[in-house]
Design a binder for this molecule. Structure first.
Ligand SMILES: [Zn+2]
Length: 259
């Protein structure tokens, strides 16, 4: 496809979109973007890329947007980190409409966070998702800051929840000498603990009590290889949660640290 040049502000991401074309190949068409050369301001190009993406999707499936506009039937709720390098749909290769997403700094599930709880309620009670995935990632800046007790202002209050995870699992973390590996171990522990927090919500407990089929999962994503790993924190009912938690922690203790 011929590339249109719009002058000096042309965004390299727009170029990459055009070069690789196909609407379903979101991950691939961004693979060639040289982020080093991303301009600071790129809003015009975002509109341009959006038009290109919309046209591509319509070309491949003329009824795609019409269908999506009238119904939403995702099977997965994804609770992930807000980190720009971990976009839920893209890393599992799914188009819009398949994953209901909630993201915050370091994929934390807090029992008083009405935002997260509302998302869980809508996903479980209304959309009737089959799977709830808590997905962390190695090299998480929020987890690193919590591990180090960094002074960052307001966000320290949020990261305090991860410091709780750190303190709860102190022996397991301190058994690792390398700092980056310690951080990655805390990323894993944070996922496992946050899945447990999802288990403990009244929303999920009620769903299980009512016989709703719902499986919780704890996954972690590698920034260096783009791969997801299952941390073994898979829960299908309240009575199984404690055993799954202990089992996932035991498996982690025997697993070589990353980094
Ligand atoms: Zn993160």
């Amino acid at each position: 496809m011929r590339i249109l040049h719009r002058g000096k502000d042309r965004c390299p991401l727009a170029t990459a979109t055009r070069l690789h074309g196909g609407p379903a190949a979101t991950t691939h068409r961004r693979a060639g973007v040289k982020m080093d050369h991303m301009p600071d301001t790129c809003i015009d190009n975002l509109f341009e890329m959006n038009r290109s993406w919309s046209e591509g999707m319509t070309r491949e499936d003329p009824t795609f947007f019409q269908r999506l506009s009238t119904q939403q039937t995702p099977k997965y709720l994804w609770i992930g980190c807000a980190d720009s390098r971990v976009p839920a749909n893209e890393i599992v290769g799914l188009d819009p409409g398949h994953v209901f997403v909630h993201r915050n700094v370091a994929n934390v599930v807090v029992h008083t966070d009405l935002n997260c709880l509302s998302v869980i309620q809508f996903a479980v009670s209304v959309l009737k998702v089959k799977h709830v995935i808590v997905c962390g990632h190695y090299g998480c800046g929020g987890v690193k800051a919590a591990l180090e007790g960094s002074e960052l202002g307001l966000i320290e209050n949020w990261l305090r929840h991860i410091e709780d995870v750190r303190d709860r699992h102190q022996p397991l973390i301190e058994s690792i000498a390398d700092h980056d590996a310690r951080c990655d171990r805390l990323c894993e522990l944070n996922v496992i603990d946050q899945v447990m927090n999802v288990c403990r919500t009244t929303l999920v407990r009620d769903a299980w009590r009512n016989g709703q089929e719902l499986t919780l999962h704890g996954l972690i994503y590698g920034l260096k290889d783009g791969l997801l790993q299952d941390l073994g924190m898979t829960v299908t009912g309240s009575e199984q949660a404690g055993e799954a938690y202990e089992s996932a922690l035991a498996a982690l203790a025997t697993r070589p640290p990353q980094s």
